[in-house]
Ligand binder design. Sequence first.
Ligand code: NAI
Length: 356
Amino acid sequence: MATIETLQIPDYEKVIVCKDSETGLHCFIAIHSTRLGPALGGVRIYSYANADAALTDALRLAKAMTYKTALAQIGIGGGKSVIIADPRKDKTPALLRAFGKVVNSLQGSYIAAEDVGSTTQDMLLIHEETPYIAALPTISSSGDPSRFTAWGLFRGLEAVSETLWGSRSLRGKTISIQGLGNVGSKIADILFWQGAKLIVCDTDPDKVSRFCHIYGAQGVDPADYFSTPCDILCPCALGGIINESSIPLLKCSAVAGSANNQLNESEDSTKLHKRGILYAPDYVINAGGIINATAEFDPDGYDPCHAREHTDRIYDTLKQIFNESKKKNLPTHNIADATAEKNLAEGIGKRTVPIF
Ligand code: NAI
């Protein structure tokens, strides 16, 4: 028998915990804000050490989603769900369906999507119990988000170039990419055709060799990534990589990449600012994927050209953040947070037509 309990957490609209002894489901769903639209957020399935750790993760990620969606102006709010389970052993169809019923009980104020530990196939099972799911693997879906993440990243790199060197052109600029996965490989391709010089780094040496061969790139060992001189450091792999150890090593004019949670702590943005290194806040520059996924909710149906145009606006959003940072002599991260909070307070980008 499933039990759903509401937790009172200050600054969060709704947080629930659900336990179901029949399927072993133990999950939290955190809705941070629906001020601009229903809260969207991935379903993280992970063997958390305890319930407190799972709740803390859900709260942190839900709030981060609010800021990301507020700045992208996509009529979506911030939420997240976490299921305490080992995705390799515990993820049974019955557990996923039980989770679907919990999502359904929120009546569309939370929309679930794939995340660490869950797959688009899992979303199909959850969808059997609820319509409130985004980015399903169907023919009418918006497809691989990384195409749009890479395009938004490119537009963000242009904003960096315009701000630092007075021209959007990246021709001749040295851009150092960490991580040649879904996003890193696509941005490498775009930048090659734009005439940039590439430095590439991955833990997989075969990928590095291939990219050196096909893009004339210079490969660097992961241990030397941060100290290798470049114009723009473009982290597209891990979070927490901008920290007290890496910041003193940097020999670049800007940090602008797709990786989520690049700053180990928000103070690291201040440290970059003090060093005169322009930081493109990660949740602004990597929003292309979520912009594309939520384009599925457009009243006229999914249109990739609309999604591309919306993703293009990352250029303008970043230019505004960079200009304000310069004017006020404040770190870009602080300006991005303040802009997101202003959008929330004033309802900028609020959804006007309900999704469901
Ligand atoms: P991915 O898993 O496809 O690629 C990651 C790549 O990084 C792999 O090639 C891996 O070998 C490499 N890597 C791992 N550790 C490394 C290290 N220490 N040094 C160098 N390379 C390392 O991931 P994906 O989808 O390309 O995402 C990259 C980053 O962008 C992640 O932080 C992700 O959260 C973020 N992001 C991705 C979006 C998307 O649309 N895929 C959307 C928004 C953010």
